[in-house]
Design a protein around this ligand. Structure first.
Ligand SMILES: Cc1ncc(COP(=O)(O)O)c(C=O)c1O
Length: 471
């Protein structure tokens, strides 16, 4: 027998064991601390074993329990960053996708998978009010933003043949870091990004954007793109998308909407996203607000020809022979990747299993949780809200004492050590903020209330220890 072959019985045995452990993990998820009790030294010791020359068979899987024990669990009290909660139907779909091992390059390599991905793209566009958009799934919002800006560059300042020409791109100072990173990778450079100030709601100042574009146009600069945020990573603010679309059009610029965090909230509150449908391209992340297991990002675009202009660089070894529009379709002609995972399966099965309405309600609950926390913070004298809550990110801080930035950083560390809730942090106009972001289908109201209890308890402990040290 081939040494790498597994009999169907062995496969079933391993898979059943993995599914058993995964089921137990999910059953105990709620009782787990929000961060495992571990350290860098411990995880290195456990997981940096020697490269095994000889296999150990099914005993290799003994380590899975240790992996569960040393991982940060996605229970209902995880509110860090912008990270979806891992919907289990999607996890089962990932197992099936792994077994199928389809290479979703083109229809001829993966007929079912390509058709399903194209269906999912159609569904996502339709759900967001952008019916008719094309697109593809990718690793996440960063890849989607990079692809969008590559398309913008090729459309407005063609570079594929002759190399990069100078050009300018506009976004607010709250734009996600993946945008300047993409501009650097595309050879436009960090200097090509005009970061425009934001108003009291952390939305791009439209007049300032307009003036900057006029000035650049007068100076003869090549205007490449305007990037609007549909949910900034810090505060969930939504830029005035309709006005930005108009302005971009007036200047002949590409209009990209970074909706990696927020765009899927259009399922629940479409009125907040007016103008998104006028974009040339939109990034959105099913692994955030469609609760799918990573990785699953998505780029939607209006014009497939623009994607082909940027990405259709085929070798003879990939040449598609069919003239049929379906059977001749190749994702690699419209995206950065050649070999591609069957990401669409989790979205497809998850939507078929639960239905869109269930996701709409879950997103609606996340939005309510954001409002509930903001109300609770406002009603707590020791705390203050630091930014309006547009979607589900709530930035706030503890206000009693000196050096509030240092104090709140210490409070955050203590909150995480206590292990009941997990928050992350950001800085808003120089103020260190505690940040809770609800993109979690497991959260219930008592989990939201636990945030206040934990922050106050942690603040009490930090202040008590500061007093002890001072005396
Ligand atoms: C607004 C925004 N854009 C882009 C990204 C990057 O997405 P990803 O982490 O999937 O690459 C994020 C991540 O939080 C985000 O919030």
């Amino acid at each position: 027998m081939n040494p790498l072959d597994l009999s169907p019985e062995e496969f079933r045995h391993l898979a059943e064991r993995a599914v058993q452990e995964a089921g137990e993990y999910l059953a105990g998820l709620d009782s787990r601390p929000t961060f495992p009790s571990t350290s860098g030294g411990q995880t290195t010791k456990i997981f940096s074993s020697q490269l095994p020359e000889q296999g150990m068979g099914a005993r290799a899987f003994d380590a899975v329990a240790e992996i569960f024990a040393h991982s940060r669990p996605g229970n209902g009290r995880f509110f860090g960053y912008v990270f979806g909660s891992g919907e289990p139907v999607g996890a089962v779909a990932d197992l099936v996708a792994g077994v199928l091992n389809q290479n979703v390059t083109a229809w001829r390599s993966a007929p079912a998978a390509v058709s399903i991905e194209r269906t999912v793209i159609g569904w996502l566009g339709e759900a967001l009010g952008c019916a008719g958009f094309s697109g593809s799934l990718c690793g996440g919002g960063s890849s989607a933003n990079l692809m969008a800006l590559a398309m913008a560059r090729e459309a407005k300042a063609p570079a594929n043949q002759r190399g990069t020409q100078p050009g300018v791109v506009y976004a607010s100072e709250e734009v996600h870091m993946s945008v300047p990173k993409a501009l650097a990778l595309l050879g436009l450079g960090y200097g090509s990004l005009r970061t425009i100030a934001t108003d009291e709601r952390y939305r791009i100042k439209f007049d300032a954007l307009s003036e900057a574009m006029e000035a650049d146009a007068r100076a003869g600069k090549r205007i490449v793109a305007v990037v609007g945020s549909a949910g900034t990573v810090n505060t969930g603010s939504i830029d005035p998308l309709a006005e930005m679309a108009e302005l971009a059009q007036r200047h002949g610029a590409w209009f990209h909407v970074d909706g990696a965090y927020g765009a899927l909230a259009a399922l629940a509150v479409p009125e907040k996203f007016k103008g998104m449908e006028r974009a040339d391209s939109i990034s959105l992340d099913p692994h955030k607000w469609l609760y799918q297991p990573v990785d699953c990002g998505c780029l939607l675009y209006r014009d497939p020809a623009a994607a082909q202009a940027a990405f259709a660089h085929s070798g003879d070894y990939t040449k598609v022979l069919s003239k049929d529009p379906i059977e001749g379709f190749a994702f690699f002609e419209e995206s950065m990747e050649l070999s591609r995972r069957f990401r669409a399966l989790k979205v497809w099965l998850s939507l078929r299993y639960h239905g869109l309405e269930a996701f709409r309600r879950a997103i609606g609950r996340d939005l309510e949780h954001g409002q509930r926390l903001a109300r609770r913070v406002a009603a707590t004298p020791e705390l203050e809200v630091l930014a309006p809550v547009e979607l589900s990110a709530v930035c706030f801080r503890y206000t009693r004492g000196d050096d509030l930035n240092g104090l709140n950083a210490a409070i955050l560390r203590r909150v995480i050590e206590r292990g009941r809730v997990y928050l992350s942090n950001t800085t808003l106009r120089g103020k260190f903020a505690l940040r809770a972001c609800f993109v979690n289908h497991r959260t219930v109201e008592s989990d939201v209330d636990a945030i206040i209890e934990e922050v106050l308890a942690a603040a009490g402990e930090v202040r008590a220890s500061q007093k002890t040290h001072a005396s």
